[in-house]
Design a protein around this ligand. Structure first.
Ligand code: ADP
Length: 281
């Protein structure tokens, strides 16, 4: 497969079809339209982090955001969930303007930030307590989710008794406990060693295949992106723009990139070329 053939510049196609835009806006989980976001630097000067972002996030898709450091990936996630208001443009959640932080969202960060004085089970149940939901009802659900990520025997342990990979699994379970329809993951495996990272990516793919949700996942790792994604959104350097959106047409389950053969490697190579071309530009 030729990477350029596979690459589809969604934003351009979307702009070319004005009628399609309104259909997308109603049917999409999230719809960003010509979004810009400027921060202020220490001198009060604007720092443009995102510009002209047009994007549709589809129901139950696994969308991976890839791009060089500082291109606005984290900013994009924050804008999506209403943690940041765009300086320009619009963000729609199921067709309604996002004016406040979205509720039906789970967030996973690079560091799981577990509370050290609470057990694994109590950390997973924290969102339930914050929302004042019935803890007794959610305890079996928490145990079941922990079970699916291989932490059955660790529910009563304290975070310090767990490895980094296990702690990150607990963070993922905590994000899933309220069964959010949208899961945003910002480089969730970046702090893990390479082997654990591979294993976590496989587990996440497995989990997502069983419990379909809309996932937006930020990573620096191209193989990880290809292993997980339905679509990969490649961002260009600052100000962050969507350079292109690539459909990953590989069969699932995708337990192992090597077993997917040449098609997997072709995707990885063509995306690497795109990202390297930014450095040459
Ligand atoms: P990425 O996640 O791709 O590494 P970020 O979204 O974190 O990129 O940042 C995009 C750009 O915005 C970077 O140049 C960064 O320095 C800048 N930036 C991020 N957060 C702030 C902030 N709170 N104030 C000022 N500039 C910021």
């Amino acid at each position: 497969m030729n990477g350029n053939d596979a690459a589809r510049v969604e934003s351009a196609a979307w702009r070319a079809d004005g009628r399609g835009a309104s259909v997308d806006a109603r049917e999409a989980v999230l719809h960003l339209r010509d979004v810009a976001l400027a921060y202020e630097d220490v001198k009060g000067e604007p720092v443009l982090a995102l510009k002209g972002v047009d994007l549709t996030v589809r129901d139950n898709e696994f969308l991976v955001v890839l791009g060089p450091s500082g291109c606005g990936k984290s900013t994009l996630l924050k804008v999506m969930v209403g943690l940041l208001r765009p300086s320009e443009g619009r963000v729609l959640h199921r067709g309604a303007e996002v004016r406040d932080t979205l509720q039906d969202v789970g967030m996973v960060y690079q560091n799981p930030l577990l509370l050290p004085w609470r057990s694994v089970l109590d950390n997973v149940l924290l969102p339930v307590e914050i929302l004042r939901w019935d803890r007794r009802q959610y305890e079996p659900i928490a145990r079941r989710i922990l079970d699916t990520v291989g932490l059955t025997g660790f529910v009563d342990k304290m975070p310090r008794q767990l490895s980094g990979g296990m702690q990150q699994r607990v963070g993922i379970c905590r994000a899933l406990i309220t069964d959010p329809s949208l899961l945003l993951m910002d480089e969730p495996f970046a702090a893990l060693d390479a082997l654990t990272r591979d294993e976590m990516a496989r587990e996440l793919a497995h989990l997502w295949e069983r419990r379909k949700k809309t996932v937006v996942f930020v990573t620096h790792s191209i193989p990880e992106a290809v292993l997980l994604a339905d679509r990969i959104l490649v961002m260009s350097p600052r100000p962050g723009r969507i350079d292109r959106v690539i459909d990953i047409d590989l069969p699932r389950p995708r337990a192992n990139g090597r077993k997917l053969g040449a098609a997997f490697e072709d995707y990885v190579d063509s995306i690497r070329d795109i990202i390297f071309s930014f450095k040459d530009a």
